[in-house]
Write a protein that binds this ligand. Structure first.
Ligand code: FAD
Length: 381
């Protein structure tokens, strides 16, 4: 094992863990380095579509996820004020049949914990904040804030929107604030029982310049979650999020449907997050270093596909490295970029525009995609 070539992944987010798991399963020697001291169950939900469940199948966690997650039969879009249905996108059994896997919504902390179980024990190292990196041509040296050092043959930068590895490749550049924020809150399912209202499994409430996406994060429906998208002139707060309040939600969504008013009434802890962005990167790799996920193509989250793109990236990168072998990593990196750029950029642009599923449309191009079955385009194709 010690003579095997090494792959280092920086960042144990949803993309980094998927890459770690799939590359280990393909027989590579992979270690993952994560800055956080440990994972916490941060208060947020996440959608995982059939395009991702097909990747989880390979990671061996599809069934586990299905057992825990909520399975909406539809994605409804509704007018925030009148409640009129703008679209009814069939999921549930339709998704299984048409797209080849389930569509689920889940707590992202639960999902991350599940992903961890699909990696070799001891291969994820916490408390390892990358401070600098040096590509010597023969290998890469990673230096961490705790003073430790690791060497690897190739490095995958899965370190999110403020990626240190992106910075190494392309220079220091802060992400752009999109002019929008997201309010997030988790609501205990039992709080909703007092209302004579229908709390649908997965619904996006829209009005001209804002929206509220709402869904359950568990199969037992004991946790309901909302995330907004709201214009907000400047992000002049410190940190990645700040506390918000029921009052702010009322000021922002007070004119919305009674179902939304009930949710605001039940909101105990609301947080507010800036939505950040970057222009598409000119390169995704250089030398022995390659980027994936938000390090590479962050987007506003309105299509619920940001993590999905990170996970698809991970799967395509694993597929290309398996195809070429680690010795020929530079061909693998080029193949990976050729086979990911168009799709990731399309999703990035639709997500930023916030138009997806607002009206009745066919989402097969997103959900029907199978990263393992898609014909591999050759370099420069
Ligand atoms: P991240 O999840 O950001 O992970 C990066 C990891 O790298 C982190 O663990 C971080 O601690 C670590 N790291 C960073 N720097 C260092 C360093 N120097 N050294 C070591 N480790 C480091 N996507 C969906 O698919 N579905 C959704 O429903 C959805 N909803 C969203 C709602 C909101 C409000 C937001 C903001 C995003 C949403 N997204 C959603 C998008 C999704 O969260 C991101 O696209 C996704 O998390 C990107 O995954 P990643 O692995 O690339 O990066």
């Amino acid at each position: 094992m010690s003579n095997m070539k090494r792959i280092a992944i920086v960042g144990a987010g949803l993309g980094g863990l998927a890459a770690g798991s799939l590359l280990q399963k393909a027989g590579f020697n992979v270690q993952v380095y994560e800055q956080s001291p440990a994972f916490s169950r941060l208060g947020a939900g996440i959608h995982m579509g059939p395009n991702v469940l097909k990747v989880f199948r390979r990671m061996g966690i599809e069934q586990q996820l299905e057992d825990l997650a909520s399975h909406p039969d539809f994605w409804f879009s509704r007018d925030g004020e009148t409640g009129e249905y703008l679209s009814r996108i069939p999921l549930g059994e339709f998704a299984r049949k048409e797209y080849g896997a389930a569509y689920v919504t889940v707590h992202r902390g639960d999902l991350q914990a599940m992903q961890m179980t699909s990696l070799e024990p001891g291969s994820v190292h916490f408390g390892k904040c990358l401070s600098s990196v040096e590509d010597s041509g023969n290998d890469v040296v990673l230096r961490f804030q705790d003073g430790s050092e690791e060497r690897a043959d190739i490095v995958i930068g899965a370190d999110g929107i403020n990626s240190k590895l992106r910075e190494h490749l392309l220079g220091v550049e802060a992400p752009t604030y999109s002019g929008w924020v997201a309010h997030r809150a988790l609501i205990r399912g039992e709080q909703l029982r007092k209302y004579n209202l229908d709390f649908e499994d997965c619904v996006k409430w829209w009005s001209e310049d804002r929206h509220l996406m709402v869904y359950y994060t568990t199969k037992s429906r004991d946790e309901y979650y909302y995330v907004s998208g709201v214009p907000h002139p400047a992000w002049d707060f410190k940190g990645s999020f700040v506390d918000s309040s029921q009052q702010e939600m009322l000021e922002t969504f007070g004119h919305y449907h009674p179902v939304v008013q009930a949710l605001i009434e039940c909101s105990e802890n609301v947080t507010k997050w800036p939505l950040l962005n970057r222009q598409p990167l000119p390169v995704w790799s250089e030398g022995r270093i390659v980027l994936l996920g938000d390090a590479c193509h962050p987007m506003k989250p309105h299509m619920a596909q940001g993590a999905a793109m990170a996970i698809e990236d991970a799967a395509m990168l694993a597929r290309c490295l398996t195809e070429t072998g680690l010795e020929d990593y530079s061909t693998a990196f080029r193949l990976y970029e050729v086979n990911r750029k168009e799709r990731a950029s399309r999703v990035q642009s639709v997500s930023n525009a916030n138009t997806f599923l607002r009206t009745q449309e066919d989402p097969a191009w997103v959900y029907g995609y199978d990263v393992f079955a898609a014909p591999l385009k050759s370099e420069g194709a």
